[in-house]
Design a protein around this ligand. Structure first.
Ligand SMILES: *[C@@H]1O[C@H](CO)[C@@H](O)[C@H](O)[C@H]1NC(C)=O
Ligand SMILES: *[C@@H]1O[C@H](CO)[C@@H](O)[C@H](O)[C@H]1NC(C)=O
Length: 434
């Protein structure tokens, strides 16, 4: 593996210069969710990596202290978000005044991921104040009220009131507004299995409901699983957005941790659905929104004619926003099966990204996965391209299969000593490894 210490030093030197209270200009407050998963988790992960597998790098005590101080300083800025009546964090804060935005609601996805980062900061600093804030906020999601906010057992609406912690609607998905909540029910448990057993219980209830009520198989391919959006009990919409594809990896991870083959297989059927969606386009990349039908599209029942699986899949938004979730799911699928098709798919997607998205200065989202040239570039590149897209491709191809931070397979008796965050930042596990 290439260990480029000069780059690490350059990053640490930059981190030392940031003033978190000044980063927002008027009208552009910090978005708590994005700052938590990107900057805050990135620093915590750097801290953990530099203390364990890469302890020989960047030994400069001043730079290491600066990383620690900046991690704590940003944690303290993020604490401003919790100054709401319920203790549910506000979605945006102004770091110079420590005031939250007055919106009365936030998303369940924004509340969920706080637990892992704040628990880790408390464990590193020996200061319980961070994890206590996160636990209070999360309690509203673990014991949701009113009952309309939990339309299926374990599956919630998407908005939560910062005034009273109530769930405000019955519509959700494994995608935007909700995704991280389900992701961290499992990952909080992996992080500390002694402390977060109830989070795992809730995750198992959520995946049971997902299997029974939310997922479906497109016409002609019972082996492929897609996850619908829900809108109240009994109402699902056969539509999946690109962010929701992480669920395949999350099911696989949970199946490996609990030794449940049903969950691993289910996650693999989601990973394979993503593969089918990518392979049916001109560019070999998947669109932002895909919908599907479960009956023979356009044909009366029983009459098969030229009815094929491809007709059952539609793209309602064919843009490619350089999302990483499918690559994340294939990384987990590879580790659960060692099936080379997942490393091949991951590499093919990387080559397609290189071909259709590369610009002189970086990579750009593109407009149409079914156009010969990708439909044109949108001139946008988010930080997750480097943090996640490239990292998951690299991790999937990594020859050092024994690297400690990989996901591990509990079915083979191997336990996780690291847990990946949303932006593919690994954290050191604190509790008994599972
Ligand atoms: C495995 O997971 C499935 C789906 O959640 C569940 O129905 C089943 O009871 C689990 N099996 C075991 C042995 O826990
Ligand atoms: C969810 O699926 C289970 C098992 O098929 C069924 O008993 C239950 O009624 C479904 N719930 C809803 C709200 O549709």
């Amino acid at each position: 593996m290439l260990e480029k210490e000069d780059i690490v030093l350059q990053i640490l030197e930059f981190i030392a210069t940031v003033d978190w209270k000044k980063v927002a200009s008027p009208g552009y407050p910090l978005q708590v969710f994005e700052i938590t998963i990107r900057h805050f988790a990135g620093m915590i992960s750097a801290w953990d990596l530099l203390h364990r597998p890469f302890s020989a790098m960047a030994q400069d005590a001043t730079l290491r202290q600066a990383l620690y101080d900046q991690m704590v300083a940003l944690g303290d800025v993020l604490c401003c978000a919790f100054d709401a009546p319920s203790g549910v964090p506000r979605g945006f804060i102004n770091p110079s005044t420590c005031e939250g935005n007055p919106d009365s609601r936030t998303s369940v996805a924004a509340v969920g991921p706080i637990i892992l980062r704040f628990a880790r900061l408390s464990d590193i600093t020996n200061d319980e104040k961070y994890v206590n804030l996160a636990r209070k906020a999360e309690s509203y999601l673990l014991w949701p009220k009113p009952s309309s906010g939990e339309p299926y057992p374990g599956l919630l609406g998407s908005c939560v009131s910062v005034n009273n912690g109530k769930i405000m609607d019955s519509g959700g998905s494994w995608g935007a507004m909700s995704d991280s909540f389900y992701e961290y029910l499992l990952k909080a448990y992996i992080y500390n299995s002694d402390e977060y057993g109830y989070y795992l219980e809730r995750w198992l209830i959520a995946v049971d409901s997902t299997i029974a009520n939310i997922s479906s198989h497109p016409y002609g391919r019972p082996d492929l699983t897609f996850l619908s959006n829900w809108n109240g009990p009994g109402h699902v919409d056969h539509r999946i957005e690109s962010l929701a594809w992480f669920a395949g990896g999350n099911f696989i991870l949970g199946g490996m941790v609990t030794g449940n083959q049903t969950l691993v297989d289910y996650g693999l059927s989601i990973a394979d659905a993503a593969g089918a969606v990518y392979q049916m386009t001109t560019t070999g990349l998947g669109g932002e929104f895909v919908s599907w039908t479960t009956t023979c599209p356009g044909f009366p029942k029983g009459e098969t004619g030229i009815c094929v699986f491809n007709n059952a899949i539609q793209r309602s938004d064919g843009g490619f926003r350089l999302r990483s979730e499918v690559l994340e799911t294939w990384y987990h699928a590879y580790h659960a099966t060692k099936d080379p098709k997942y490393t091949e798919w991951s590499w093919a997607a990387f080559e397609a990204i290189d071909r259709y998205c590369r610009t002189d200065t970086g990579f750009s989202a593109t407009k149409d996965v079914n156009a010969e040239d990708g439909g044109g570039k949108t001139d946008t590149q988010e930080s997750f391209v480097l943090a996640e897209v490239m990292k998951y491709v690299w991790l999937t191809q990594l020859e050092d299969k024994n690297a400690p931070y990989h996901v591990q397979d509990g079915r083979a008796g191997i336990k996780n000593t690291w847990v990946f965050n949303t932006e593919a930042h690994p954290f050191l596990v604190a509790g008994p490894p599972v």
